[in-house]
Design a protein around this ligand. Structure first.
Ligand SMILES: Cc1cc2nc3c(=O)[nH]c(=O)nc-3n(C[C@H](O)[C@H](O)[C@H](O)COP(=O)(O)OP(=O)(O)OC[C@H]3O[C@@H](n4cnc5c(N)ncnc54)[C@H](O)[C@@H]3O)c2cc1C
Length: 435
């Protein structure tokens, strides 16, 4: 079943309140032609548009709502060079060459964000590469994190990672709850909506037409090309790119992609401005922070507020119970926040895949797609735009495990939602008993 795109709720996030004003783009109201029609104006679609235009081809972007309405406008803004699957696991199953290629892709992704921010002068994105601390709740998970860091240094030549003991992680986070951690200086943070709006503005200023409130309701082939129909008009193009990720079921035109994905609700809360006695005390190093738990939470300071996010068995809609659970987890880590009110809470869908890596490739000889960022897509979707442009030009880049030729629709698809909840519950149980 698809969702009703006419009744899409708006997002009341910290980012919406603090972002640069959104530029309004027109609604598609007349027939258009392009080399490539791109469906979805998140990071994937806009980066693809930019790189396609740079190749001398003409893209057109169609967005169901407005640019950034999807995950790209409401995420945590944490930038990391990794996949949900660890490089060590990739190495164990697929061998050294594959692990190295995936490591390369991961690092290309964080560089791509820097490149786009600099190319379009998006200073309001406040991109920082201050690093990320992975904090461990117990000795078992700390040992696993240290083993992983040692392996990365030894086998991938990643000299950057630093091990933190209990006092080191306390100095970093301001919390006494962790037993140690690992610092990865390559990661960073960004204002996700300003980054998105900067991209949309930059791409449009170079002559790429972007249409908002123009959902593609039908995608059909015709001789020599493809037609993307919206309720009022259509775009005829030689190729199409589907960049709809976890919102692929907004209309029937892209819903088939949703069958390769497991949508998972991810939620974020933000406190009011911290009182004077706490400012500079929590997370004084200004990095981003995650936990070693399976149902991982992450946190950072933005605008002198604590932002705290995580995934869970949250279900289809926002639920107060889920936000309450998130707040409790935040106060468990930072008891000082017990009396600091929340100012914002919001959520969105991340797209998980069965093999824990994104999928990029061709659906047929005219249609390309890139989806399934597994909740770590700010940098990766920005990079996939560049690779999509390479596919459009007829190149065949080495995409490692991301190559969608390997992708199968999820078996027993209708059962995936109850299954997601069972798996999430099991992970929460393992976390609770410290495994
Ligand atoms: C709450 C949350 C927190 C997250 N935190 C992080 C984080 O800290 N770090 C990180 O790396 N990643 C994070 N992510 C993941 C990251 O945001 C996504 O992987 C990334 O934004 C995906 O970008 P995208 O362009 O592929 O998809 P989206 O940004 O979701 O864009 C897809 C767009 O397609 C449009 N669309 C859908 N159907 C149609 C149609 N038929 N016609 C036209 N348009 C259509 C939608 O309206 C939407 O705007 C988070 C995600 C969420 C939800």
């Amino acid at each position: 079943m698809t969702r009703d795109w006419r009744a899409l709720p708006s997002v009341n996030s910290l980012w919406e309140t603090t972002a640069e004003p959104a530029r309004a783009f027109p609604v598609l109201s007349s027939e258009q032609q392009a080399d490539v029609v791109i469906i979805g104006a998140g990071y994937t679609g806009l980066s693809a548009a930019h790189h396609i235009a740079k190749s001398g081809l003409s893209p057109i972007v169609l967005e169901a709502n407005r640019p950034g309405w999807g995950a790209s406008g409401r995420n945590g803004g944490v930038i990391t060079a990794k996949f949900r699957l660890s490089f060590r696991d990739i190495d164990a199953v697929h061998g050294r060459a594959m692990a190295r290629r995936m490591y390369e892709i991961a690092h290309e992704s964080t560089d791509m964000v820097e490149e786009l921010v600099s190319e379009f002068g998006i200073t309001s994105a406040n991109l920082v590469r201050t690093g990320q601390v992975k904090a461990a709740h117990n000795d078992t998970t700390l040992k696993a994190a240290i083993d992983e860091a040692d392996w990365m240094t030894r086998e991938m030549g990643s000299a950057e990672v630093r091990i933190l003991d209990k006092s080191g992680v306390r100095e970093e986070t301001g919390s006494d709850i962790f037993v140690g951690g690992v610092l990865n200086p390559g990661s960073g943070g960004i204002h996700p909506l300003n980054y998105l709006r900067g991209l949309a503005k930059g791409v449009a200023s170079r002559g790429v037409p972007i249409f908002q409130e123009s959902p593609v309701v039908r995608l059909r082939s015709e001789k020599g090309g493809i037609v993307a129909e919206t309720p009022q008009a259509a775009v005829r193009a030689r190729q199409a790119i589907i960049a709809t990720n976890s919102y692929s079921d907004l209309t029937g035109a892209t819903a088939h992609l949703q069958r390769t994905l497991i949508p998972f609700r991810s939620a974020i809360i933000a406190t009011e401005h911290l009182p004077r006695n706490l400012a500079g005390k929590l997370m004084p190093t200004g990095r981003t922070y995650t936990e070693t738990k399976r149902m991982m939470r992450w946190f950072r300071i933005v605008d002198n507020r604590v932002i705290f996010g995580g995934r869970g068995a949250f279900g289809k809609q926002d639920s107060q119970a889920a936000f309450d659970a998130l707040r409790k987890a935040m106060v468990d880590i930072f008891p000082e926040l017990a009396d600091v009110p929340l100012a914002y809470k919001w959520s969105g869908l991340v797209a998980m895949t069965l093999d824990s890596v994104p999928h990029i490739g061709r659906r047929d000889d005219r249609t390309l797609f890139s989806v399934g960022y597994n909740g770590a897509g700010v940098a990766m979707s920005s990079l996939m735009g560049r690779y999509l442009a390479a596919f459009v030009r007829g190149e065949t880049p080495n995409m490692g495990l991301l190559d969608a030729g390997r992708v199968k629709a999820i078996p027993f698809y209708p059962l995936r939602e109850p299954a997601v909840r069972i798996v999430a519950g099991w992970y929460q149980f393992l976390d609770a008993i410290g495994q």
